[in-house]
Design a protein around this ligand. Structure first.
Ligand SMILES: NC(=O)c1ccc[n+]([C@@H]2O[C@H](COP(=O)([O-])OP(=O)(O)OC[C@H]3O[C@@H](n4cnc5c(N)ncnc54)[C@H](OP(=O)(O)O)[C@@H]3O)[C@@H](O)[C@H]2O)c1
Length: 325
């Protein structure tokens, strides 16, 4: 692949863009999720960011169907409250790992704990996320959106690969977003974390979600034939706490404009239940769903050469090649 200047990426993707792809997305945005009414008793669902919004509703949806929940959250009090609620209301088992998924040491610890967890994993949902208008860095010097949305799921999947393959049953789900389209010209590998400027909340969000989808293509290859599937989904536009870390103006704008036109995160939970449980999805892998409707991806998220270039960078940034394993 030629050098990744903006011009080179525009030249590469522009001819592949189709207006019909955007039209398809707009149509899909209006469809309700398909539902699955199967029981999920005795199964184990691992989910990150279950203390609020989509994650919280999804944990409840699975617990209501009898599944045991292992949640990964950053806030110990909220984690405890969640587990008490799920145990009390649904009589399921609920455990929680406390971890800040922007911190490499925490991500590696969680991955090791999951690896050693004494029960097979049936569904693994990477949901935790943030939306930040201003660029911030984590304790490891990583851009926060990139670390939470992309690197944490990359590291956990990578370190769990062998175990998941041996078990041969998990469905891995990324709570992605149509916002991946904000990375209109794909990833800039020379400025992946906007360390050289050009940051905006939307661009960082779009890049991190695009990187996650690109990693899905590679993980799907590595999981081929194992029985484990990996898919990404857009959870709809739903009213949650997302963006609350931003300033008062943004929060006012979100509450009065975005949230007014948003649905309940219970809709996302219904879709995540269907994608994790429905027999109709058995064996389906490396797909993108708008809620539960399969959708074609925009060109930058289909770029397998870019996915290949991103892999060693992620290994290095995630301290997977040498060091913190
Ligand atoms: N809302 C939408 O319309 C929408 C649309 C498309 C995609 N999404 C995606 O949906 C996912 C869930 O977002 P949401 O809308 O439900 O937002 P939310 O209500 O803010 O929930 C986000 C969850 O992630 C957790 N989290 C954030 N940073 C974390 C960190 N560093 N370590 C561990 N956990 C962390 C939060 O923990 P706390 O409870 O401690 O804050 C919370 O549990 C995200 O991946 C987002 O990109 C949302």
């Amino acid at each position: 692949m030629e050098k990744q200047t903006l011009f080179a990426r525009m030249k590469r993707y522009w001819p592949q863009y189709k207006w019909s792809n955007v039209g398809e997305m707009m149509q899909h945005n209006r469809l309700p999720p398909k539902e699955c009414h199967e029981d999920f008793r005795g199964k184990l669902v691992v989910i990150s960011g279950a203390t609020s919004g989509i994650g919280y509703h999804t944990a409840r949806r699975y617990a209501a169907a009898g599944a045991d929940i292992l949640s990964i959250n950053r806030n110990p009090e909220k984690s405890q409250a969640l587990c008490q609620e799920l145990r009390g209301e649904f009589g399921v088992r609920c455990d929680a790992m406390v971890a800040d998924l922007s911190v490499l040491a925490d991500i590696h610890r969680v991955a090791q704990e999951l690896k050693a967890w004494p029960r097979p994993i049936d569904v693994l949902i990477h949901n935790a996320g943030v939306y930040l208008n201003k660029r911030t860095e984590t304790v490891d010097g990583l851009e926060t959106t990139f670390a939470v949305h992309y690197l944490s799921s990359f590291i956990i999947n990578y370190l769990l690969l062998d175990r998941l393959k041996e078990e041969g049953r998990a469905r891995i789900l990324f709570v992605s977003s149509e916002g991946y389209r904000f990375a209109v010209w794909g990833l800039d590998l020379d400025n992946l974390q906007f360390e050289r400027g050009g940051y905006s909340g939307l661009k960082a969000y779009g890049s991190a979600k695009t990187a996650q989808i690109l990693s899905m293509h590679r993980f799907a290859e590595l999981l081929k034939g194992s029985g484990v599937t990996i898919n990404a989904m857009h959870p709809g536009m739903v009213a949650t706490n997302t963006g609350n870390e931003n300033n008062a103006f943004y929060r006012w704008y979100k509450k009065n404009f975005i949230d007014r036109y948003s649905q309940s995160p219970a809709v996302s939970a219904e879709a995540l239940y269907y994608l994790g449980v429905s027999p109709e999805l058995a064996g389906m892998t490396d797909r993108f769903f708008n809620l539960t409707t399969q959708e074609n991806l925009a060109p930058p998220a289909l770029d397998l050469e870019m996915a290949e270039l991103l892999w060693p960078i992620s290994m290095q940034l995630g301290r997977l090649s040498g060091g913190l394993q």
